[in-house]
Design a protein around this ligand. Structure first.
Ligand code: HEC
Ligand code: HEC
Length: 375
């Protein structure tokens, strides 16, 4: 009898030990994990990683308090594609930022949850880690971390509230494990919106587009066709017999944006207070900034029609016509755009410029498996 009791005790210890091992390696695979769950048994071994800097690109500033890790990037990717962030559980970030459209949505202005139309066009999401002078068309948000907090509570976008999202993340597998692996938290109760935003920002920093024909020409791997080369001349005001198109002043290589704010003369208004969308002016409260918007990148521009902050132009041909002959005068229109007779581009010049813009398309980026939905 004594022997039997000893055997039972030993066995139950063994069983307990086994069970503990199982808990350690496979933490709760169900969808109903408790709100407070100890995660300290799950290994925290972050794999720190760097952005592979394209040769012709600047160095990206990564915030010290959000270094890139494989685990953080993976969590961010999942959050980006997961409708768990929205009120009706139907819309994710990707709802307005499709990878196949260079992370825009092909609409003039985005439509959010419940099909509510917004007032601005979705923006392409690549190389955003390099944008250090504010995000959005009007620069109202300083960092990707801060930006990622906004869509969830925007009534037109995801129309949810972060406290509810965080509760869902705490109780939905595999998020507790992923937050542990990315940020070393010890308990699900340490999951916060700030950590979620950090992970999304990490993922966004990895979305880099630097393999267009233009890049391959710069690296000496390919050559421009004649039309493209003529377009390149005009885009960068190289001179010669071809007219200057002035584009690079605001959309300069290698990012094809100087990341600054300008009025590019698209609105016909009576005075500086009459813009329908005040743009930068609404952020700085300076009348002279009204109607200024961030000059966006022209990389992958052939993939992101329609164009401008409100999607008013359907095609790149229309955009070129605007710069060539359609600038509307008002006091803060950039002087570069105010040539007495427009840019003076002939029909052939316009075609050449368009051919150059097409060399900025990077299909490898669009199809990169690392940027697709993990679901
Ligand atoms: C309903 C559509 C919609 C959804 C959903 C949405 N976005 Fe956007 N996104 C936009 C629009 C529109 C803009 C431009 C807004 C503006 O300038 O006011 C934008 C701009 C951005 C920018 C700025 C890019 C730049 O170059 O400045 C980032 C980054 C971004 N979104 C990330 C996200 C993330 C992350 C999510 C999910 C948490 C998300 N978006 C969800 C429509 C959407
Ligand atoms: C003085 C600065 C400036 C110059 C010069 C300039 N742009 Fe722009 N560009 C901007 C600004 C600012 C915007 C965004 C305006 C808005 O949406 O209200 C813009 C927007 C665009 C867009 C739309 C981008 C998108 O994602 O919707 C295209 C395409 C474009 N520019 C092409 C060109 C070309 C081609 C040239 C040369 C012919 C040129 N730009 C010259 C400042 C400039």
């Amino acid at each position: 009898m004594f022997f039997l009791i000893v055997l039972l005790v030993v066995l139950s210890f063994l069983f307990a030990a086994c069970k503990k091992d199982v808990d350690k390696s496979v933490p709760t695979p169900t969808n109903n994990t408790p709100q407070e769950q100890d995660l300290s048994n799950i290994p925290y071994q972050p794999t720190f990683t760097n952005i592979d800097r394209p040769a012709n690109f600047p160095i990206m500033d990564i915030p010290e308090d959000n270094p890139l890790t494989q685990e953080g990037i993976e969590l961010g990717r999942r959050l980006f594609f997961d409708p768990i962030l929205s009120a009706n559980n139907k819309m994710a970030c990707t709802g307005c930022h499709f990878p196949s459209s260079s992370f825009t949505d092909d609409l003039a202005v985005s439509t959010g949850i419940d099909n509510k139309a917004g007032t601005r066009s979705s923006m392409a999401l690549f190389n955003t880690g390099y944008y250090t002078k504010g995000l959005f068309w009007d620069g109202r948000t300083a960092s990707l971390e801060a930006q990622a907090l906004e869509p969830v509570e925007d009534p037109i976008e995801l129309n949810h509230d972060w406290s509810a999202v965080v509760e869902d993340l705490k109780t939905t597998s595999p998020y507790p494990n992923l937050f542990r692996q990315a940020f070393g938290i010890d308990n699900t109760k340490e999951i916060t919106k700030e950590l979620a935003a950090k992970a999304i920002a990490q993922f966004e920093r990895t979305i880099i587009s630097a393999d267009s024909k233009y890049d391959r020409v710069v690296r000496g791997e390919e050559f421009f066709e004649d039309e493209e080369f003529n377009g390149w001349f005009m885009f960068f005001d190289v001179g010669g017999d071809l007219p200057d198109a002035e584009c690079a002043h605001c959309h300069n290589a290698p990012l094809f944006t100087v990341n600054d704010y300008f009025n590019n003369g698209i609105d016909s208004v009576a005075d500086l207070t009459s813009f329908k969308d005040l743009g930068l002016g609404a952020v700085t409260n300076r009348v002279f900034d009204n109607g200024k918007f961030r000059a966006p990148t022209l990389r992958n521009i052939a993939l992101t029609a329609p164009y401008m902050h409100d999607g008013r132009f359907q095609t790149l041909e229309e955009v070129i016509d605007h710069y060539n002959e359609g600038i509307h005068y008002i006091d803060n229109v950039d002087p570069l755009l105010l040539q007495p007779n427009g840019l003076g581009l002939s029909e052939q010049n316009k075609k050449d410029l368009l051919a150059f813009l097409h060399t900025l398309t990077d299909t490898s980026f669009v199809n990169n498996p690392a940027f697709q939905s993990p679901f």
